[in-house]
Design a protein around this ligand. Structure first.
Ligand SMILES: C[S@@+](CC[C@H](N)C(=O)[O-])C[C@H]1O[C@@H](n2cnc3c(N)ncnc32)[C@H](O)[C@@H]1O
Length: 348
């Protein structure tokens, strides 16, 4: 396994140091989606509702419509697979790809040091943006933990609960419709806060990260696996026009608001005094995934299932080549970011 690590000093200072100059956060926190030009820093300061209602509804409808057809083809997980970076994607079978999705969970835990022999096993887990609950059920079994999952999609929450019941896990895991930006949980509730490919949907990244930190217990681990755009170079103030255009099309297809970079996330985590911040670009390790999604959509089963799952799902499928292009051109970065809430937590 190879993963590209961006060295990030751990942040344990009570007040955050200025971001590294190459992050240039303030200059760059503008929407990558041309439709919405709201600076993220304005969102940070604003008291407006945390989610634009139409975006929330769009996300809910998208997953309500597409989850059944995705599950039919791909099973439990609506996230990328993790592959050896030299994997030959064409020779991999669908079951190889499904195993790669499970491996994504394992590699994320390993990256966060939760598989170290001396590390404490999580017992109370929140799955933020849980899909049909694949990660929750996996983590509940692996750690004997209690898991709570939240999603915007009523269809997903219902299906996740049904699967938990049918798999004898209903006393360990449960799912509900709730907003990640206003989580229905008390402070300091969980010792693992898990967000697998939901961050890209969040219109207010500072609020998102703040909520993750709020529900984390002292000493808890936070794992964010998400799509980012590339970090800007020191001489850049924004992405190139063609990059913005490409992201705009992806935003339209998948109900995504502004994108940010890995460096932006690091800055946000540091501003909350979170510790042991680690970041890696796993783009080379997910490269076979989208070509496999495209191939699966072009099978008879894929095509018929798409036809019956509605316009939003078809639009999502048509955007798959754009994701492939975004990765190939180095614009999209599949990013893992992990950190720990200090034992003696300052208010976040
Ligand atoms: C790509 S799916 C990932 C699902 C799951 N984590 C997995 O790995 O299978 C994105 C998920 O994020 C959820 N989501 C997006 N925005 C959300 C929000 N504001 N609050 C809660 N869930 C959200 C969606 O409902 C969906 O379940």
């Amino acid at each position: 396994m190879t993963s590209l690590r961006i060295p990030v000093p751990s942040a344990s200072l009570p007040s955050p140091p200025p971001p590294p100059s190459h992050h240039r956060l303030r200059l760059r926190l503008f929407s990558s989606c041309p439709r919405s030009r709201t600076p993220l820093l304005l969102a940070m300061a604003s008291s407006s509702p945390p989610q634009l209602p139409e975006l929330r509804q769009g996300i809910a409808d998208f997953y309500d419509q597409s989850s059944g057809s995705w599950e039919q083809m791909w099973g439990d997980h609506m996230h990328h697979g993790f592959y050896d970076s030299d994997a030959d994607d064409v020779s991999l079978s669908l079951s190889n790809h499904r195993s790669a999705q499970t491996r994504m969970i394992e590699e994320s835990l390993r990256f966060a040091s939760l598989l170290d022999p001396e590390s404490k096993r999580p017992k109370r887990i929140v799955d933020v943006g849980c899909g049909i609950g694949g990660s929750s059920r996996y983590l509940a079994r692996k750690f004997g933990a209690q898991c709570r999952g939240i999603t915007l999609s009523p269809v997903q929450a219902q299906r996740a609960n049904a699967l938990a019941t049918s798999q004898g896990l209903s006393n360990q895991v449960s799912f509900q419709v709730a907003d990640a930006l206003q989580q229905p949980f008390p402070d300091a509730e969980f010792d693992l806060v898990w967000s697998m490919e939901s961050g890209e949907h969040m219109p207010d990244k500072p609020k998102f990260v703040k909520e993750l930190a709020r529900v984390a217990a002292p000493g808890a681990t936070i794992i964010i696996v998400t799509w980012c755009h590339r970090d800007l170079s020191a001489s850049e103030d924004s992405l190139n026009p063609w990059e913005n255009e490409l992201l705009q099309k992806i935003c339209d297809a998948y109900f995504l608001p502004s994108w940010c970079s890995a460096g932006d996330y690091v800055h946000l985590l540091r501003s909350l005094s979170l510790q042991d911040i680690k970041v890696a670009d796993w783009s080379p390790n997910v490269a076979p995934f989208w070509p496999a999604v495209l191939r699966s959509a072009l099978t008879w089963k894929g095509l018929t299932s798409l036809l019956f799952s509605g316009f939003k799902t078809i639009k999502g499928a048509l955007a798959v080549p754009l994701m492939i292009e975004g990765y190939k051109k180095g614009l999209i970065k599949f990013t893992i970011i992990t950190c720990r809430k200090p034992e003696q937590a300052p208010d976040v």
